[in-house]
Structures are given as C-alpha cells and as structure tokens.
Write a protein that binds this ligand. Structure first.
Ligand SMILES: C[S@@+](CC[C@H](N)C(=O)[O-])C[C@H]1O[C@@H](n2cnc3c(N)ncnc32)[C@H](O)[C@@H]1O
Length: 434
C-alpha cells in the first residue's frame, strides 16, 4: 500500500511538475485511496501546506543544499521541511526516514543519502531569519510565499497592513461552506441531517442558506450525494444573491462552468424563469449538466458557446463571472500564485472586456448585468468595469449592498479576511431605459 507521504508527494509532483490543479487532483486521489480520517487530514495538510509555503520552505532549505539536486528531490525536501517547521506532532526521525525511503525508491541510495544529509542539517541548525531580509517586497514574498510581482501589486493597491492580512489569510485552510438547495429541502432540515451525520454546522449570519460545515469532507455526506446542497464558497454565493432575480426572469450566465452560480440562480427562480448556462469549453458542459441533474433543477439549460461570439435573444439579467487570474482563491488553489504571470493578467483583461462588449448587447433596456471575478487584481476588476462604462454611456452602475457595512456601493472587493472566505469582486451595471 502507498503511504500517505508517498501519496502526498505524488500529488505535489502532479501539481508542481505536471500542472494538475491541486483541488481536482486531491479529490481524485482521495476517491481512489480510501484513507482513514486521520490520514486524509495528514494528506490534505501536507499537500496544501507544502504548496502554500513553497517559497518560504525553499528559503529555509537553501543554506543546506550545496550541490545540484533534481527538481523532484527539491519538492520532496519542501514537503519534509514543511512537516518539520509547521507541524508539531510529527517526530523528526519519522520525517527524515520517510523522505529517505521515498528518495531511495526513486533515485537510489546516493539520493537517499543526500536527502538524509540535508534534512539532518535542517533539523539541527537554526532557521534563517526572514526579518533580516532588507527589501520589503522580498521579505513579504518569502514570509508569505508569494511572487514579488503579486506583493508589489497588492502593496500598491491595498497598502502594507492589508497586504499582510490578505497574505496571512491565504495561508489558512479554507472554511468548508455549503449552499442548501431550497428547491429540495429546508435550511433547518439540512442542518438537522448534517448534525445527525456527525458534522458541526453553523448557519451563516449573512446568507441564511449558507452553512459552515466542520468535520470530515462534506462530499462524503448523504445530503451532498442526494443533491440537497452544493459546496460553494460564501463569497461566490453573494453573486447570485445580488442578481436581484425576479419571477419569470430570463437569465444568461455566459461563463458558467461548473455551474455553481447558474444552479444557485435556478434555485432562486425555482422554475419560474429560465437560466441559460453557457461556457466555452465543451467538456465542462457535462459538469454543469451533472450538477443540474443532481440538484433536480428545472428552468436551466447548459450548452457550449464562446462568450465573445454573438448570442441570440434578449435577457433581463446577465452574469459575467469572468475567467480571471484567480488570485482571490489561493486558499483553494494555492499553486496559482506560482503559475499566474503578469502578462497573463493583461491577456485576461482583454478577454474580460471582449466578453462584456459582446454580451452587453443582449441585455434588455432596464436589464442588469453583474460582472464578477474571483480575483483581487484591480486591473481585472475596477479597471475593466470603468473601461467598459467609459465606452458605453448607455450603461450605468446599479448599486449593490456591501455586506460588510450595509451601505450601497458601485463596486465590491471582498478580501479573504472579510468573511473568512474567498477574495471576490462584484459589480452591477444597468442598461438605461431608452
Ligand atoms: C470563474 S469560472 C466560472 C465559474 C462559474 N460561474 C461557477 O460559479 O461555477 C470562468 C469560466 O469561464 C469559462 N470561459 C473562459 N473563457 C470563456 C469564453 N470566452 N466564453 C465563455 N466561457 C469562457 C471557463 O471555462 C470557466 O469555466
């Protein structure tokens, strides 16, 4: 049987070397390998912890790595260093033995000896002091394991204190939240059933059908398997709530896979109205359809379409939950911080504007469009919507309620520390009546 550390290491290889998405890969591994609850916890902690702290771990290891080592050896060292530095309960000898075993199996005795020597030094000598790094950007980059370009953008936009608060939050485990499918059950019944299944449940104070669920993975729960609820972050839930859907509305969700918000909107409409859920990727339409079927929803159809190409028909509401850099969801997808590049952000901005330009033509007079992203990059958020509005005087902001203050705002940038949830941007515009 493969050990938990080997599984964790294989997952890290898949993500860091082969470009797999951590959350998808981890779900796949956990489905293939029925681990005990304790081992699942260890597996998740090792993979997420190592991914989230990669740059910091490399900083600590650097003085002890004196010869050239292969990429996989470095990744194994990161995983081992993570256990030593950030996890209290694992004895040092167990960390080293397991790492040496993996190294020997994969690279032979010599590699095992190298790993042994490096880890022995790391675990017996003082760690380098991050505070001694003079340049602020570099210091924050190492402390929070973020590339310097991200630190620079955040410092410019949010200032130092908020940047540190965001960065620190991104290192914490994501809270597990679910959206109760009110077309099938009630919030009270869902809470009761989850509690019977052994979960600790708290009802969210801002969104009544959002539940914070603690305990083992909620995918294991009967309620989830029966389509009585969906796993969704609280920040994401605000989007459909702010669409202000009315009975009979025709809604277009043009970047909709895997269908989280489209299904949420169909639940709100509850058959009285219609949601057209489209996405550019054909293979993702099956995911949306799977969710529609599982949740038993009516008044919602999924089909493939590139949102930069013309749509037929006019809609009361349009959602552009745009493809974005994803820098607000680093707790769920920590590797994005290393793979995202500033050039890609610029390309994304062009696509976001193209999508807005295109679908805005399908909005009825007086209709409303929400533009949302799961990033905290100003270029993809405020800049995009202001650029669009400047070119389109026939549109204006439609105010949305800031759930943090209760005041009406034009744009809403949620940060992870606001609700212990994802960083998210939401804004709503309206086509003026003619
Ligand atoms: C942020 S995700 C959407 C998440 C979804 N709204 C939800 O709540 O589950 C962005 C989606 O946009 C899709 N996408 C990217 N470029 C697109 C395009 N040109 N037209 C339509 N969809 C696109 C991606 O495939 C991705 O599924």
């Amino acid at each position: 049987m493969t050990s938990v550390r080997e599984l964790s290491f294989q997952t890290l290889e898949a993500v860091l070397k082969d470009g797999a998405y951590s959350n998808l890969k981890m779900n796949e591994v956990l489905q293939e390998h029925p681990l005990s609850a304790a081992d699942r916890g260890l597996y998740t902690a090792l993979v997420y912890g190592t991914l989230k702290r990669k740059l910091t771990l490399d900083f600590y290891l650097k003085p002890f790595v004196k010869t050239k080592i292969k990429g996989w050896v470095r990744r194994l060292l990161w995983m081992s260093a993570y256990q030593f530095i950030y996890m209290d309960k694992i004895p040092t000898h167990a960390i080293i033995n397991e790492a040496v075993n993996i190294a020997k199996k994969r690279g032979g005795k010599q590699t095992g000896n190298t790993v042994n020597a490096i880890l022995r030094q790391l675990t017996t000598q003082p760690l380098r002091d991050i505070d001694a790094i003079k340049k602020k950007e570099e210091r924050l980059s190492i402390r929070y394991s973020l590339p310097t370009w991200i630190v620079r953008h955040w410092l410019t936009h949010f200032g130092e204190a908020t940047t540190e608060a965001i960065a620190a939050q991104m290192l914490l485990p994501a809270v597990q939240t679910v959206r109760v499918n009110r077309t099938k059950t009630t919030v009270d019944a869902a809470i009761q059933q989850l509690e019977q299944e052994g979960y600790l449940v708290t009802q969210d104070p801002d969104i009544a059908h959002c539940l914070v669920v603690e305990g083992q993975g909620v995918m294991q729960s009967k309620l989830f398997q029966q389509g009585m609820m969906s796993i969704q972050d609280k920040s994401s839930m605000f989007v459909a709530e702010m669409m202000d859907l009315q009975p009979g509305d025709h809604v277009l969700d043009c970047c909709s896979a895997p269908g989280g918000k489209a299904c949420h909107m169909a639940e709100i409409l509850s058959g009285d109205g219609n949601v057209l859920a489209t996405d550019i990727h054909d293979h993702k339409i099956g995911l949306i359809q799977h969710n529609i079927d599982k949740l038993g929803l009516t008044g919602i159809q999924a089909r493939q379409q590139d949102a930069t190409t013309p749509f037929d028909g006019q809609f009361d509401r349009i959602l552009v939950d745009a493809p974005c850099s994803g820098l607000g969801v680093l707790r769920h997808k920590p590797e994005i911080r290393y793979t995202m590049m500033p050039e890609t952000v610029e390309q994304l901005v062009q696509i976001q504007l193209q999508i807005l330009e295109n679908v805005a033509q399908n909005l009825k007079n007086g209709g409303e469009l929400i533009y949302s992203t799961c990033t905290i990059e100003q270029m993809e958020n405020e800049n995009v919507i202001y650029t669009f509005l400047k070119a389109h005087p026939e549109f204006e902001f439609s105010m949305i309620r800031d759930p943090r203050t209760g005041t009406d705002v034009k744009t809403l940038q949620l940060l992870p520390q606001d609700f212990d949830a994802d960083g998210f941007f939401i804004t709503k515009i309206r086509r003026k009546d003619q």
